[in-house]
Design a protein. Structure first.
Length: 763
């Protein structure tokens, strides 16, 4: 052996064990010296040195920190991968209070023919030992190791090796010597196993093989009956799997595992893993598919019956079904499916995204399964866990197929925008393969370990916002926007869908409650300020519960509720004059924004405070909005002169109220500019005007997105006039006519046009 170089490393003492190269271990940081060593790791490297009976070993291993975390009891821990042996030198003074030593790296001498012969002998003996104790998987792993040094170190995994032997193995640098020791220990263990097995064979030798299996099977059945378990034995499971129509690759994998199960016997721990895996495969509905019936007229009837409004969304869904119908009729098979689309319904809460997925499944005549993805952080939730882990199971997609009992259900990926990644992986990356029609015919679940065809599954995703969906995943989706409902649509939804469901939920007959004309519309108009209908449903439920209480108290049916009763039952209505009350001085303007809850009215407040320097921006603003504020300041300085604006001493402060809500995007550009011109000119902004649009440095007003949601928000808040960029003129066609008719919409091309509309006359 020759030394190559040395390095100074912090020492993590090992009081209870020995770590060899290529081992991956988790170390609890329970002691102060262990914690200091982990914190002092240079470029993630530590020196692991066993400490036996008060002395440190002469040889240690350099290990790299792979991960940090906590044990189930809350103790801090690190995961380490051992890389190479080093000689432990003298201690030195390091940069921290940890124990630092000089670690001298060594290289193995050239491998000789004698070493290779020893390696072959060791491999044969180790394989024979593992096969005798049912360790077929470990035997396969040993067979795949070619390095004599790594082969010698593999004896360190033998559980019956004592601590002194492991330490001796670690401190033996010479490869040949290590191989001799490892071969000697393996041969001793093999001899002991042979003796034990010969004794067992003599004890059971009186029973032939068939009798022994019959007795054991009856005993196993009796034990399971006593425990109340209905598990299948290997023969029953094999018969069940033989009856299934499995793809060729799956059949080969199943036959291989059945053979292993029969070979290793039930006494091995690995047998339970194999049996669980086979049961999961048997539960998948391989040959079960729903007959797809696509009647476009019936599909439209189902969508209209389940949802009021959303005409453009319904049309797009019917178009999607029409394409599937024509593809099916013309015999376009797998190649055609690769050009399919993944529909993604995007809109605020309560607008009916999930129920639309159910309606599509009903129109197709397929099973429906909802996969809730909100808050998922572990990639294994999508792809499954490796079988070697305790408690491993397949991913949610495989479980969804099993739950549906069909290989072609409609799977709704709910809240796909709320998927996040951490040290356990990124589930959104795993969804890339699932949602790509060109790849999902060969989806591989980590637990199953074979390819699964998902190309017949109809995937529909839902989300509140698009900003948090990664770009590559978003690229695989076709976005269908659900922008919310007008008050008229809310009232229609309440009468058609919500009230019948609420009455049934509260065990009330229709003839026992009479809501006078205008009650539902009044609740929708004055007690809700949401894009969806969830709050409206809660308020109507409150009305119905009040009627149920009066009936239970002995009042005779029907119970009548009029508009005059609403304040007593529901409390005060949501005030509509909030914007007018808050614009009480120059420097405040009303903007429009889109949030995860739909469209919203956004106030911008400006003021001049003592001091100097860059403008002060508050309200939890994103980078884009901060840049937009800088542009607005420059535009206000140049364009505001003709409106009486003049520079003022002091530091500019721009604030967006509702500071707990993050805000970003360029569409508040003209709102900030108008507020600044108002501040510098002393002219107030009209309280009945709201605006949205991006402003360029030259004063041009540029188009933005979310026009429908913003106009619905303005209408809900009682805004009379809305200023929009000229480039968004065509987007107004999507707004319900009863909303557009009540708004005075002004289209502008330059910031001067905005100021003409928004500022009050000069006094």
């Amino acid at each position: 052996m020759t030394s190559t170089k040395s390095q100074i490393l912090p020492v993590l003492p090992l009081p209870n064990g020995v770590v060899l190269p290529d081992m991956v271990v988790t170390a609890a940081l329970e002691s102060e010296e262990a914690r200091l060593a982990a914190e002092s790791a240079t470029e993630g490297n530590l020196l692991l040195v066993p400490r036996i009976e008060g002395r440190f070993a002469r040889v240690g291993v350099v290990a790299r920190i792979e991960n940090t975390g906590k044990l189930p009891d809350g103790t801090a821990a690190i995961t380490l991968r051992a890389e190479r042996r080093v000689r432990v030198g003298s201690g030195v003074v390091g940069s921290t209070n940890a124990l630092w030593v000089e670690a001298e790296t060594v290289e193995d001498r050239p491998i000789t023919d004698t070493d290779r012969a020893l390696a072959i002998s060791y491999k044969a003996a180790a394989t024979a030992l593992l096969e005798r104790i049912g360790g077929a998987r470990m035997a396969a792993a040993i067979d795949g190791i070619d390095s004599p040094g790594a082969l010698a170190d593999s004896i360190g995994y033998w559980p019956e090796l004592n601590l002194d032997q492991r330490l001796e193995l670690l401190e033996t640098i010479d490869v040949g010597e290590r191989l001799k020791k490892a071969l000697n220990w393996v041969e001793e263990a093999l001899a002991e196993v042979k003796v034990r097995q010969e004794i067992n064979q003599r004890v059971t030798g009186e029973l032939d093989d068939a009798q022994r299996k019959a007795v054991l099977r009856r005993q196993l059945q009796a034990i399971r009956a006593e425990l109340g378990e209905d598990g299948e034995d290997g023969d029953q499971l094999g018969e069940r799997l033989a009856e299934l129509e499995l793809p060729t690759n799956v059949r080969e994998a199943v036959d291989k595992e059945l053979a292993r199960l029969e070979r290793i016997g039930d006494e091995s721990m690995e047998a339970s893993w194999i049996r669980t895996w086979l049961e999961v495969v048997a539960d998948i509905p391989w040959s079960e598919t729903d007959d797809e019936r696509i009647d476009l007229a019936e599909a439209r009837r189902i969508l209209d019956a389940d949802h009021t409004g959303l005409e453009q969304v319904k049309e797009r869904l019917v178009e999607h079904l029409a394409v599937r119908k024509l593809r099916s009729e013309r015999g376009v098979s797998t190649e055609g499916r690769k050009h399919g689309v993944i529909l993604t319904l995007v809109g605020p809460p309560g607008v009916g995204k999930t129920s639309l997925g159910e309606s599509v499944a009903s129109a197709l005549g397929r099973k429906f399964v909802r996969m809730a993805l909100g808050g998922i952080r572990d990639e294994a939730e999508i792809r499954g866990h490796r079988r070697t882990y305790v408690g491993a199971r397949p991913g949610r997609l495989v479980r969804a197929l099993t739950e549906a009992g069909s290989m072609n259900p409609v799977i709704l990926l709910d809240e796909v925008d709320k998927v996040g990644g951490d040290w356990r992986g990124d589930p959104s990356a795993a969804l890339l393969e699932v949602l790509d029609p060109a790849q999902n015919h060969s989806f591989r679940d980590h637990y199953l370990e074979f390819e699964l065809d998902l190309s017949d599954v109809v995937f529909i995703a839902t989300a509140n916002v698009l900003d948090t969906i990664p770009g590559p995943l978003l690229d695989r989706m076709e976005i269908i926007a659900l922008d919310g409902y007008s008050e008229h649509e809310k009232a229609a939804i309440a009468k058609t869908h919500l009230l019948p469901r609420i009455l049934q939920r509260n065990a009330l007959r229709e003839d026992e409650l009479v809501l006078e004309d205008g009650v539902v519309g009044r609740v929708a108009a004055d007690w809700t300020r949401e894009a969806g209908v969830r709050r409206l449903e809660r308020l109507l439920d409150k009305l119905v519960r009040k009627a149920v209480t009066r009936l239970a108290a002995g009042e005779s049916a029907p119970i009548r509720i009029g508009e005059g009763d609403l304040r007593e039952i529901l409390g005060n209505a949501v005030p509509r004059d909030e914007t007018a009350n808050r614009i009480d001085r120059p420097g405040i303007a009303t903007g429009l924004a889109v949030t995860g809850a739909g469209g919203d009215v956004l106030l911008v407040e400006t003021a001049i405070v003592d001091g100097d320097g860059e403008p002060l921006l508050t309200g939890q603003l994103g980078d884009v909005m901060k840049e937009s504020a800088a542009i607005a300041r420059s535009v206000a300085s140049s364009a505001g002169e003709s409106f009486g604006a003049s520079a003022r001493d002091g530091r500019l402060h721009i604030h967006f109220p509702a500071g707990a809500t993050p805000k970003d995007g360029p569409s508040a550009g003209i709102t900030m500019t108008t507020a600044l011109v108002s501040l510098m000119s002393g002219r107030k902004v009209r309280s009945d005007v709201a605006m949205t649009g991006e402003v360029s440095l030259g004063g041009r007003v540029l188009p933005i997105g979310g026009v429908k949601q913003k106009l619905l928000a303005a209408h809900r808040s009682g805004i009379g006039t809305v200023v929009l960029p000229e480039g968004n003129r065509g987007d107004v066609d999507d707004v319900p006519s009863e909303v557009a008719e009540q708004l005075d919409i002004r289209f502008v091309s330059r910031i001067e046009d905005v100021l003409e509309v928004a500022l009050t006359p000069a006094t």
